[in-house]
Design a protein. Structure first.
Length: 329
């Protein structure tokens, strides 16, 4: 049956201006790092995209290497787009990246112009797209001059293969340099994608101020610390959780007693606010207007619906913020 998106999807979501650009992003974006590879159930992946879009999420975040196997998330997303979203391409923002290992030999990794240009060509073929909305350099490359990498991003925009460019995992000093080079090239940096959550706060030490001063958006990834900032691990490891099923990026060693007791304390604060912990963790990021969107992952459609309810309350009292800071110390 032909997919018909929910007609009231845009009234359910908040849209935030991405820095000083003209582009607005949904306050929650969906990432395809996990749950979209060839190893995953395709119908579930398809339902995740539909559920997100039905609830006003317009921004979908990919990378060349998402899967497994690498590339398969883009392939599956391309299939879903062709099956269900043909008429909705202009209502979607689709991002992809290059910067981590993608193919063998010296041209399939890091930040050379050769790698970035070739990788985006491959990504577009896998997704069956003419262009990406946002193309990111996924991580800084100490061995390639920043000018070359930024030049590649500029070229890609001039070729019409991406509309905007972004940086990911750049620390403040290298981000500042890259932003300056892009400005001089006439292709301004749109957005920065750092790891940021209650458990990982390095961006508060200079990056957020830099981005605000430069008029650049910020989209934190792993805002739930891959699921740790939910109530799911309070009483053991559920069989369908990332700790049980992935093991690579998140495993039982991350579930220390100290961490679980912090999660329990945060969970109590969330309960007092009338939220689930996952909702409070997202709201805590979104309370800051410098955050354009939070980039969630989901293994089940219900999690998306659950997480969007974070938007019902993104205001925190001074007391609540202080209590949270004390717990996180
Ligand atoms: P999160 O921190 O949001 O973790 C997502 C996981 O948490 C889900 O897969 C699910 O895991 C669990 N979860 C999500 N919502 C709920 C809920 N409401 N209740 C209970 N559990 C929930 O983000 P990710 O780590 O997945 O990262 C998000 C995106 O960020 C990626 O898809 C990718 O696009 C991007 N990213 C970018 C990186 C970069 O270097 N630029 C690096 C990493 C990610 P479970 O399996 O346990 O159900």
């Amino acid at each position: 049956m032909l997919y018909q998106p929910s007609p009231d999807r845009y009234s359910k979501m908040e849209y935030r201006q991405c820095g000083k650009s003209g582009l607005k992003l949904s306050a929650l974006s969906l990432g395809l790092w996990h749950n979209f590879g060839h190893v995953n159930d395709f119908d579930n992946s398809r339902n995740l995209i539909k559920t997100a879009f039905d609830h006003g999420i317009t921004h979908f975040d990919l990378a060349n290497n998402y899967g497994p196997p690498p590339g398969s998330a883009e392939e599956n997303f391309g299939k879903i787009l062709a099956q269900d979203f043909k008429s909705y391409r202009d209502q979607m923002i689709i991002s992809t990246k290059a910067g981590y290992t993608m193919w063998e030999g010296p041209y399939g990794d890091w930040g050379s112009k050769k790698y970035l240009v070739a990788s985006l060509d491959q990504s577009l073929k896998r997704m069956k797209l003419d262009y990406a909305d946002i193309f990111y350099h996924h991580r800084p490359d100490p061995a390639t001059p920043l000018e070359e990498t930024m030049n590649a991003l500029d070229l890609i925009v001039r070729q019409g293969k991406a509309l905007y460019v972004g940086l990911s995992n750049y620390r403040p000093a290298e981000a500042a340099q890259a932003i300056q080079i892009l400005k001089e090239l006439g292709t301004p940096c749109l957005i920065h994608q750092p790891k940021y959550s209650m458990f990982e706060r390095w961006v508060e030490d200079g990056l957020l101020d830099l981005l605000a001063n430069e008029g650049i958006g910020c989209i934190p990834f792993s805002p739930l610390a891959q699921g740790l900032l939910t109530d799911k691990y309070l009483h053991g490891v559920p069989a369908d959780s990332r700790v049980a099923t992935s093991g690579v990026f998140l495993n039982a060693t991350h579930l220390t007693d100290e961490r679980i007791s912090k999660v329990a304390e945060l969970n109590a604060v969330a309960e007092q606010r009338g939220q689930k912990l996952a909702q409070m963790a997202l709201a805590w990021l979104l309370r800051d207007q410098r955050i354009t969107s939070v980039l969630i992952g989901s293994s089940k459609p219900e999690q998306i619906v659950d997480s969007i309810k974070a938007l019902d309350n993104t205001t925190f009292s001074e007391d609540e913020l202080q209590t949270i800071n004390t717990i996180l110390k």
